[in-house]
Design a protein. Structure first.
Length: 569
C-alpha cells in the first residue's frame, strides 16, 4: 500500500495567483499552453520562465502535503535501487532512495502516479512513501545508480562524463591476466568516471574502499568525506589494477602498500594524482590525492589574510635571512602558504631551492627536490647539499627531527632565508617544539623571525545562507555586547553543498613575530603556558579570536570555528 495519500488541495494555478507568482491573465495563457502542448502545467511554467525547477518542487510539496528533498550523492542506497527496473524508472521518472523497516522512500517528480506507487507496493510488499524531487536530480540519480547493469559499456562510455586521458602509462606486454580485465572498456570508463566526477566536484582526495559485498567510492570535499558511488565488489580488483597500471606499479603485488604518481588530462587541464594503496581484510584500499594546479592559490594576496597581517607577512618574507615557520596539523594549508611566499619572492636575482616530500606543485623558476628516504636522501641530507648550491632562499617541507632543525637554523644564521613547517597547535608551540628537539634557546632566539599558525574553516554556502539570532552564551563567547541582539549567519543545507550548509574554505591565521621582549623570554627556556600568558598580556590575537571575527563577518559559523580550533583550548 502507499504510505502517504494526498489530501484535498488547492489547484496549482490558484496557489500561484494567490502568492503573487503569476497574474490571473498570465495564468489563463499558461493553461492554454498546457492544453496546446499536452504537457503538465508545472513543466509549462518552467519552460516559460515563470518558475524554476526548485520553486515548482517546493510549491507542489506545499500543495500536496508531500515532503520534498534535494537529492545528493550518497542519499540513494544502491542496494535498494533495483527494486524498480531501469525502464520503469526512466518511464515514470522515479527512483527508490532507501528502505527503513517496511517503508520504501520513493523519489518522484509527479506525485499523481498512484497506480505506480500501488504496483511497487504490491511487488515489493513494502509501504511506499513518495517524496518530491527536481526533474534534474531524478535524471542524474537514474544515470548514476543504474550504470553498472548489463549496459555498463554504453552508460560509462559517455565522452562528456569520462573526458579524461592518461598522459603517461606502462605499455608492458607481459602483464598478467588481470591487466587484460583492467584494460577492458567498462573498467577503463568506470575508473575515468570516478576520476572526472571527483575532479569536477573539487575533491582533494578519492577513497576506494572494499567492503564485504561491495566497494564504495568516497571523495573529500572541503575537508569532509562524502560518498560518491558504490559498486559490486567484483569490479574492485580490476579498478585497482587499472589505477596501478596508470601509476606504473606492480599489479601482482597486493600484500604490501604501494605509492605512485599518475598524471592525467581532465577537461583539457593536466592533473597530478598521488596513488597510495594499503591491504585490508577485504582487499586493497586505495587513496588518490588530487593535485589540481587550478585549485592552488599561489597568490599571497588571495589567501584570506587580514590586511595588517598580510603586510607583516610580506615584510617578513623580505628579510635577507632568518627562519620562518608555518604551523598547524596536516591539511591546514601550511605548504600552500609557503608556496605563495616563495612565489612572491621568485625573481631572476634569487636562487630558490625547495626540499619537499612530496613535491605537490611544480613551480617555474624554482629548483624543487623530492626527498627519497629509501636511498638515504632525507630532509637533513638534502639540506646539507642544498647549502652548497649557493641558495638565497630555502624551503624545507617539514622539520621532523633535530638534525634537520639544526641545519635549518645554522642556514638561517649564515645568510639564508629558510621557510619550513612544524606540526604544532599554535604559533607559540613552535618555540617549545624546537626546545623539545634539543635546540639551544639562544639559537632559537637568534634565528626564528616568526611563526604562522593556521587552520582551514568551511565557509557558509551562499545558496542556502540564512540569518538567525544566537543564544546569549554564543554572544558572550564571541565577545559581543549581551544587551544587544546579535544576528549571525548559517547554511540550512541544499543540493549545492551536500546538505552541509558549507561550500568552500578559507584560512584563519595567527602570526607571531619575534621582538626583543620575546627573544629575551625565549632565552629563559620558557614553558608553553608562560609563552601564552606573555602573548595574552600583549594583546596577541589567537586563532580563535580571528575565527570569531570571521563569524561576526558572516563568513563562517561558530560551530565551524570550534571544530577547527578545539585543540587550541
Amino acid at each position: 500500500m502507499t504510505k502517504y495519500r494526498m489530501q484535498p488541495r488547492k489547484r496549482l494555478g490558484e496557489m500561484l495567483v494567490h502568492t503573487g507568482k503569476i497574474t490571473p491573465v498570465q495564468m489563463v495563457e499558461m493553461l492554454r499552453l498546457h492544453k496546446e502542448r499536452n504537457k503538465p502545467l508545472g513543466q509549462v511554467l518552467i519552460d516559460e520562465g515563470i518558475l524554476t525547477d526548485e520553486e515548482l518542487t517546493t510549491i507542489l510539496s506545499q500543495q500536496l502535503g508531500i515532503p520534498h528533498i534535494w537529492l545528493r550523492k550518497g542519499l540513494v542506497d544502491p542496494r535498494i535501487v533495483h527494486i524498480v527496473p531501469k525502464e520503469k524508472a526512466l518511464q515514470y521518472q522515479i527512483i527508490p532512495m532507501f528502505r527503513v523497516h517496511n517503508v520504501l522512500t520513493l523519489a518522484v517528480t509527479d506525485p499523481n502516479l498512484l497506480f505506480v506507487f500501488d504496483e511497487i507496493a504490491k511487488v515489493t510488499g513494502l509501504e511506499v512513501q513518495p517524496v518530491l524531487c527536481r526533474v534534474s536530480d531524478i535524471a542524474e540519480a537514474i544515470r548514476e545508480c543504474y550504470r553498472d547493469e548489463a549496459s555498463i559499456d554504453e552508460v560509462l562510455s559517455s565522452a562528456d562524463e569520462a573526458d579524461i586521458e592518461l598522459i603517461s602509462a606502462v605499455q608492458d606486454k607481459s602483464l598478467s591476466e588481470i591487466t587484460e580485465m583492467a584494460e577492458g572498456s567498462p573498467v577503463i570508463n568506470l575508473t575515468n568516471r570516478i576520476l572526472i566526477h571527483a575532479i569536477r566536484d573539487g575533491a582533494s582526495d578519492i577513497h576506494l574502499e572494499p567492503q564485504r559485498d561491495s566497494f564504495r567510492v568516497r571523495v573529500r570535499i572541503d575537508g569532509l568525506l562524502y560518498e560518491l558511488m558504490s559498486h559490486k565488489i567484483e569490479m574492485h580488483p580490476a579498478v585497482v589494477s587499472r589505477l596501478k597500471v596508470m601509476a606504473n606499479l606492480d599489479i601482482a603485488e597486493r600484500r604490501l602498500p604501494q605509492d605512485g604518481r599518475i598524471q592525467v588530462q581532465a577537461d583539457g587541464v593536466t592533473i597530478d594524482l598521488r596513488f597510495s594503496s594499503m591491504p585490508t581484510i577485504h582487499g586493497e584500499k586505495v587513496v588518490l590525492r588530487i593535485l589540481d594546479q587550478r585549485k592552488a592559490i599561489l597568490d599571497i594576496n588571495k589567501l584570506g589574510f587580514d590586511q595588517t597581517v598580510l603586510e607583516r607577512f610580506k615584510a617578513l618574507l623580505k628579510r635577507p635571512y632568518g627562519l620562518f615557520l608555518a604551523c598547524g596539523p596536516t591539511g591546514s594549508g601550511k605548504t600552500t602558504s609557503l608556496y605563495s611566499g616563495i612565489t612572491l619572492l621568485n625573481t631572476l636575482e634569487k636562487n630558490i631551492v625547495t626540499i619537499e616530500d612530496p613535491v605537490e606543485y611544480q613551480l617555474n623558476g624554482i629548483n624543487q627536490n623530492q626527498v627519497k628516504d629509501a636511498i638515504g636522501l632525507t630532509f637533513a641530507k638534502y639540506l646539507k647539499h642544498a647549502l652548497r648550491q649557493d641558495p638565497d632562499i630555502i624551503m624545507v617541507g617539514e622539520i621532523r627531527d633535530r638534525e634537520t632543525a639544526d641545519i635549518a637554523i645554522q642556514a638561517s644564521l649564515t645568510g639564508h632565508l629558510v621557510l619550513s613547517t612544524l606540526h604544532t597547535n599554535d604559533s607559540a608551540s613552535a618555540v617549545t617544539r624546537l626546545l623539545e628537539m634539543g635546540i639551544e634557546p639562544y639559537l632559537i632566539s637568534s634565528a626564528l623571525i616568526a611563526s604562522l599558525s593556521q587552520r582551514l574553516v568551511r565557509t557558509i554556502c551562499p545558496k542556502c545562507r540564512e540569518t538567525y539570532f544566537p543564544p546569549k552564551a554564543v554572544q558572550k563567547e564571541l565577545g559581543a555586547e549581551e544587551d544587544k541582539q546579535l544576528r549571525l549567519y548559517r547554511g540550512k543545507g541544499c543540493s549545492d553543498c551536500y546538505d552541509s550548509g558549507f561550500k568552500g574554505r578559507i584560512a584563519i591565521y595567527e602570526l607571531l613575530e619575534m621582538d626583543a621582549t620575546l627573544q629575551s623570554l625565549i632565552l629563559k627556556n620558557p614553558t608553553i603556558d608562560v609563552l601564552k600568558q606573555h602573548l595574552q598580556e600583549g594583546g596577541h590575537k589567537s586563532l580563535k579570536d580571528v575565527g570569531h571575527e570571521k563569524v561576526l563577518e558572516g563568513i563562517t559559523t561558530i560551530e565551524e570555528v570550534r571544530r577547527a580550533t578545539t585543540i587550541d583550548t
